[in-house]
Ligand binder design. Sequence first.
Ligand SMILES: Nc1nc2c(c(=O)[nH]1)N[C@H]1C(S)=C(S)[C@@H](COP(=O)(O)OP(=O)(O)OC[C@H]3O[C@@H](n4cnc5c(=O)[nH]c(N)nc54)[C@H](O)[C@@H]3O)O[C@H]1N2
Ligand SMILES: Nc1nc2c(c(=O)[nH]1)N[C@H]1C(S)=C(S)[C@@H](COP(=O)(O)OP(=O)(O)OC[C@H]3O[C@@H](n4cnc5c(=O)[nH]c(N)nc54)[C@H](O)[C@@H]3O)O[C@H]1N2
Ligand code: SF4
Ligand SMILES: [Mo]
Length: 673
Amino acid sequence: MTSTTFGACPLDCPDTCSWVVTVQDGKAVSLRGNREHPFTRGALCVKVNRYLEHARAADRILYPMRRVGPKGSGRFERISWDEALSEIATRLHSIIDEYGGEAIWPYQGTGTLGYIQGESGKAGRRFWNVLGASKHDMNICSRAGNVGLRYVNGTPGGMDPETFALSKLILLWGTNPLTSGHHVWKFIQEARAAGAYVVAIDPIRTRTADQADEHLPIRPGTDAALALGLLHVVLEEGAEDRDFIERYTLGWEEFQAEIRKYPVDRVAEITGLPAERIRSLGVRLAHTRPTGIRVTMGIQRHAGGGAALRAIACIPGVTGDWRYPGGGLVYSTSAHARLNVDVREDLLPKPVRTLTMTRLASSLDETVKCLWVYGANPVGSSPDQNRIRAALQREDLFTVVMEHFPTDTVDYADIVLPATMQIEHMDLHAGYGHMYLIWNEPAVEPPGECLSTTETFRRLARHMGLTEPCLYDSDLEIAEQLLSTTGISLEELRKKGWARLDVPDPFLPFADGFPTPSGRLEFVSARAEADGQPRVPGYTPSLTAGTAPADRAYPLTLITPAQHMFLNTTFGNNPELLRRSKGPKVLVNEADAKPRGLVDGQLARVFNRNGEFTAYVEITDRVRPGVVAAPKGHWPKLSPGGANPNAVVDERDADMGKGAVFHDNFVDIAPAG
Ligand SMILES: Nc1nc2c(c(=O)[nH]1)N[C@H]1C(S)=C(S)[C@@H](COP(=O)(O)OP(=O)(O)OC[C@H]3O[C@@H](n4cnc5c(=O)[nH]c(N)nc54)[C@H](O)[C@@H]3O)O[C@H]1N2
Ligand SMILES: Nc1nc2c(c(=O)[nH]1)N[C@H]1C(S)=C(S)[C@@H](COP(=O)(O)OP(=O)(O)OC[C@H]3O[C@@H](n4cnc5c(=O)[nH]c(N)nc54)[C@H](O)[C@@H]3O)O[C@H]1N2
Ligand code: SF4
Ligand SMILES: [Mo]
């Protein structure tokens, strides 16, 4: 018997594809992109084309397990679900009795962005609130940018990415869509066919930069200065939209004074870009409507990342691009979905502390007695790997990991619980790079004894004798609750597999005003000031852009961008994708390789005060002198030397919202061995 079901790609990728699974005699035989979906348009990607193979991989975790070797050894014995849940219930009860609920850290990551099973929504969070566990601040990915954008526009939400088809100038600013979410490219190509000009602004000549009409290899962490410099040219050209500024913005006089401090020559010095290239882009920006700016998370993984987004967000306020479909900026669209994510904070027995995802290395101290990891692989993905490993060694720490695969993090677990993958459980998704809800119907039975996240927490609640009724809501009930604020019916969504958000098409995000305190686009922000930020958007250098070279113990800037073949550490253990990654690699400019005696293809140590990792050198002019790049996502234990780039990444906050600084670290590099 053959049937098909609609599903959603669960990964932390802006595109959240709609997929179709064909099932024959209970087995998934094909998984392909949904041809009917306007954004997916029938295509998945090099990674997810292997999803079925991945779901059946020999190293999949299929049964609950208990640790038998020392922490970190990854030696386990199989146990029953009943044993696992009983042991967990006993440990949690005694931790809560002795130390209080706050001694539990529910460390949830971005393994799935589902609103039912994952990071975006309800999975486990109501359960943790009933126990009074510490809150978990998921700041690892997009936080500094979200905060910076919110000061200006009141929301990180922006353009409908499909409207790039209507743009005449497209700035791909600190984003690499051909690797990190390629579906927007079709709309960019449509715009180009109608004469649009495409510029990539990135310290690395990425796949995307290769395809752009122009590439500006900016010095990392200096984008706010470039934004102000481009606006300087717009003013010189007299091309500011005075009517828009007057009617829809706040604080123009003050902001204008800031712009005047960034003439092109100064900006050239800061950004390392030729003055004439900055001027010519400024002139283009001044006279091309609509200009659409695509900016994603890479650009804000810096000490000045929030300020960068804040300054860039001011550009459409000056040019008036928000008036036009195809004009404005988009960072994330998820705010447009308006799902009803009520994690029932009212259930908390008392106010609790918040622990920060990127601060595992320093916050996993004696006050934490249980670390519960799900949808996350902190040993591979969180900053300061060596200190995280050390913290996970503590004997009195009870660590539970819910996983698909035996990651480096699983190696430290006391109890491992086998989790379902996307074709085996129910979920509801909203993209952060498109304007649709996507439904995921389970297509096949879970293998072995895998359970979904929601079912695991329902069973654990029962084992712990918890009586709060909402802990026992079914997945369909949760879906109904989530949809209650969207105007989209569950029945309609399940039938078709997707639904466009209830917004006009074409979508002008600020047609009804800006969701700021003043209702205007805020060049000046009292909220920013209250948060201890500058009142007016300006340039905050990244760590590596801000220090004089002579002061540096480690002279190179390390960027750790998206790896084409993996998604964070997900797929890092897929043999074919690992082979195709040809890595781990580190890209080095000839000018930096030569004095260090580095040869193309050789193994090198990349190091700083935090530690080191080992990677194969690629000598290339894709990176500027002074900058090296090592794509993220390789599993430490599958890498030579047993570490990945997060062994050198600082546990340090960006300027806004405690964002992470994955692309803003000093290192040096030397031949290995
Ligand atoms: N294949 C693949 N796709 C992915 C991911 C993956 O790991 N692999 N990760 C997913 C996730 S979690 C996310 S959040 C998104 C992220 O998607 P992106 O934002 O595209 O991710 P990055 O590769 O971190 O950064 C994009 C680009 O920003 C550049 N950049 C770094 N610093 C600066 C700077 O100071 N200024 C400028 N102008 N550019 C800078 C980098 O060189 C990089 O090419 O992608 C998702 N998609
Ligand atoms: N050096 C460097 N490090 C980075 C970044 C960078 O740019 N550079 N980017 C950062 C970014 S943007 C992000 S978002 C973070 C991501 O960091 P994490 O959130 O830790 O993401 P992953 O490393 O992909 O690990 C996710 C794990 O969740 C598991 N998983 C997937 N689905 C499910 C499920 O349904 N249930 C359960 N129980 N488990 C599941 C997967 O098997 C995988 O092992 O990494 C950050 N790390
Ligand atoms: S990773 Fe992104 S591009 Fe690939 S299938 Fe998933 S949503 Fe689509
Ligand atoms: Mo991310």
